[in-house]
Design a protein around this ligand. Structure first.
Ligand SMILES: C[S@@+](CC[C@H](N)C(=O)[O-])C[C@H]1O[C@@H](n2cnc3c(N)ncnc32)[C@H](O)[C@@H]1O
Length: 260
């Protein structure tokens, strides 16, 4: 428990340096304690260690930094979709914390893609060790590869990106996503935590923005289906169909998000 105590003390100091104020600092420490508790309660290890910080992934990759448990629970709880219909896909899944938080929701299945073998193996171990009476999805698969080589399954998907890489890789993943959505039109939500490449995503015209804040953004795909006839010059080869049937019919909500 001593290293965990050190984590909280370090957090306290860095929060103060970032001028978050007393309330902000206490909030950060509470989140940190909740993350330590999450690991302890479920017998897993998802916290960042010194060696995680010194083993950065390939070029343009962001080193491992797990998403706060409380924040992800809130985001997934507010996502207004029928979870059972969707696959949860975390690209840049690290030690699997987001996968395990997602497994408390009744997703159809869960997939994690991670480039670094040491993190991939840590995630495997965590998934094996995780014991929760409230776990709703036990079908968790892990793939160890570069995001740019990964081909997404043709299923209704909630893709989670916790700022795993910089814009050159985001662009390449978006290009694969376009191809995949054109070949297999389906419902596709993108949950982007720490959305530093928000503009890039909007520019693709693949998605409509459901919600955006500094902390995270939610996008829903515009359904692309192949046009029945040959495109005329200057017209898009694809037509856009609005598709909303995964969103639960609640008039008081922003589409795609539950009320807070
Ligand atoms: C910010 S961490 C997010 C961890 C996890 N998604 C979570 O929320 O707890 C980013 C992760 O992306 C991984 N990553 C970076 N570049 C990658 C790439 N090209 N392909 C797959 N994973 C990558 C890193 O190794 C790291 O584990």
């Amino acid at each position: 428990m001593i290293p965990s105590f050190k984590v909280v003390v370090t957090k306290f100091g860095s929060s103060f340096r970032k001028r978050k104020g007393m309330l902000g600092t206490l909030k950060s420490c509470a989140e940190e304690i909740e993350d330590i508790w999450f690991d302890w309660k479920f017998g897993i290890r998802t916290l960042v260690t010194a060696s995680d910080r010194t083993s950065p992934p390939k070029s343009f990759g962001i080193p491992y930094a797990p998403t706060k448990v409380k924040r992800l629970k809130r985001i997934l709880g507010e996502l207004c979709v029928s979870h059972t219909q969707f696959t949860f896909l975390d690209i840049g899944s690290g030690k699997g914390r987001a996968l395990l938080v997602a497994s408390e929701f009744p997703f159809r299945r869960i997939i994690g893609v991670e480039i670094l073998p040491e993190l991939h193996f840590a995630a495997e171990k965590n998934i094996r060790s995780y014991r929760s009476a409230t776990q709703k999805c036990r079908g968790i698969e892990l793939v160890c590869c570069d995001a740019t080589d990964y081909r997404m399954p043709a299923e209704d998907t909630v893709l989670f990106l916790s700022n795993p890489f910089e814009s050159p890789i985001v662009s390449r993943v978006l290009a694969h996503m376009r191809e995949s959505l054109q070949n297999h039109p389906r419902q596709f939500y993108l949950v982007y935590h720490n959305p530093v490449c928000h503009d890039l995503i909007v520019q693709t015209d693949l998605f409509e923005v459901v919600f955006v804040s500094k902390l995270y953004a939610v996008y829903k795909n515009k359904m692309l289906t192949q046009a029945p006839e040959e495109p005329r010059q200057g017209r898009s080869a694809y037509v856009c169909v609005t598709e909303t049937n995964a969103i639960l019919p609640r008039a008081d909500l922003t589409p795609g998000l539950r009320s807070r």
